[in-house]
Design a protein around this ligand. Structure first.
Ligand SMILES: Nc1ncnc2c1ncn2[C@@H]1O[C@H](COP(=O)(O)OP(=O)(O)OP(=O)(O)O)[C@@H](O)[C@H]1O
Ligand SMILES: CC(C)(CO)[C@@H](O)C(=O)[O-]
Ligand code: BAL
Length: 282
């Protein structure tokens, strides 16, 4: 596996592959890799001849009071894991390489407000502008045929799909299922902030979302009450804060109505300052 830090070298390698008629799949990450990321690499390998992964902790998508500085950076371990998993190229640019004029001077990509200003966008204002901007930049750097995103960050996946459609990008977006611990907890780099005691509580988020899914499947349409009961239960189970539990239309991410047949149930709750995200699509 090649490790490349500059856009110019990356382009040379990818252009070489394309001249040989090879296809390229791209897996963007912020590093601190776990089995969830590696499952995306497996999906990517099935979709194209060559797999490019990026590790870049993107300052533009972190709010001023968020964990950009303490976000876990484990480059040597990430490199080893990606190489063992069969990735062909690891792109590891510096902040200067990605934002040569600085983040404050950066042109932004702003995806439709109805997809970016609710849920995560309401709790993390500006977050999705940072995500869509860096993902478009990475797409332009790598120029892949397809890119793989995890369903764990469900809203992010919808935002990227919308950006690709709206800007007519010639890139297929592939969704990969959520990888979970044996106890059901969705794998996340931020899980490592959890204490032993918090780790016992964390899987309950998945349990309450499953219970909402079961209620919806048996015909319950009292969306408000289902979410309210779930929130109270999480607080009783020991979560310190529930940012939201919502039942939405999977495509538009607007709140579900009685006429809907498909649902995504999204939940975010905090243990201390650690935010845990999860969702179920039914
Ligand atoms: N458990 C998981 N299952 C499937 N995909 C995942 C999982 N965790 C992360 N991903 C995907 O990996 C890609 C990179 O995500 P990222 O580097 O932010 O990892 P993360 O573990 O979600 O970190 P964070 O704790 O910051 O949310 C995204 O497409 C994300 O959806
Ligand atoms: C897609 C992404 C790599 C953009 O920084 C990030 O939001 C993530 O890790 O999900
Ligand atoms: N996985 C989404 C990246 C973030 O939390 O900023």
């Amino acid at each position: 596996m090649q490790v490349i830090e500059t856009i110019s070298k990356l382009r040379l390698v990818v252009q070489g592959w394309k001249r040989q008629g090879l296809t390229v799949a791209f897996v963007p990450t912020m590093g601190n890799l776990h089995q969830g990321h590696l499952s995306l690499v497996d999906v990517a390998k099935q979709k194209a001849d060559k797999v490019v992964c990026s590790v870049f902790v993107n300052p533009l998508q972190f709010g001023p009071d968020e964990d950009f500085d303490r976000y876990p950076r484990t480059f040597e371990a990430d490199k080893k894991l990606l190489s063992e998993q069969g990735a062909d190229l690891l792109f590891f640019p510096s902040v200067q390489e990605v934002y040569p004029h600085g983040t404050a001077q950066q042109t932004l990509v702003k995806v439709l407000a109805s997809l970016t200003e609710n849920l995560e966008g309401a709790v993390r204002p500006g977050h999705f502008d940072g995500v869509s901007t860096v993902v478009l930049k990475l797409f332009n750097m790598v120029q892949p045929d397809c890119a793989v995103f995890g369903q764990k960050d469900y809203q992010q996946l919808r935002v990227i799909k919308m950006m690709v459609e709206d800007l007519s990008l010639p890139i297929k977006i592939i969704a990969a299922p959520i990888a979970r611990d044996k106890n059901g907890l969705a794998l996340s780099s931020r899980n490592q902030y959890l204490s032993a005691e918090q780790r016992q509580i964390a899987p309950k988020l998945q349990v309450v979302l499953q219970d909402i899914a079961a209620a919806l499947q048996s015909g319950n349409r009292d969306f408000f009450a289902l979410c309210e009961v779930a929130q109270q239960r999480l607080l009783r189970e020991g979560f310190d804060q529930v940012d939201y539990i919502e039942i939405c239309q999977p495509k538009t991410l607007q709140k579900s109505t009685d006429f809907d047949q498909e649902f995504v149930i999204l939940g975010v709750a905090r243990l201390g300052t650690t935010r845990l995200l999860d969702n179920i699509l039914i």
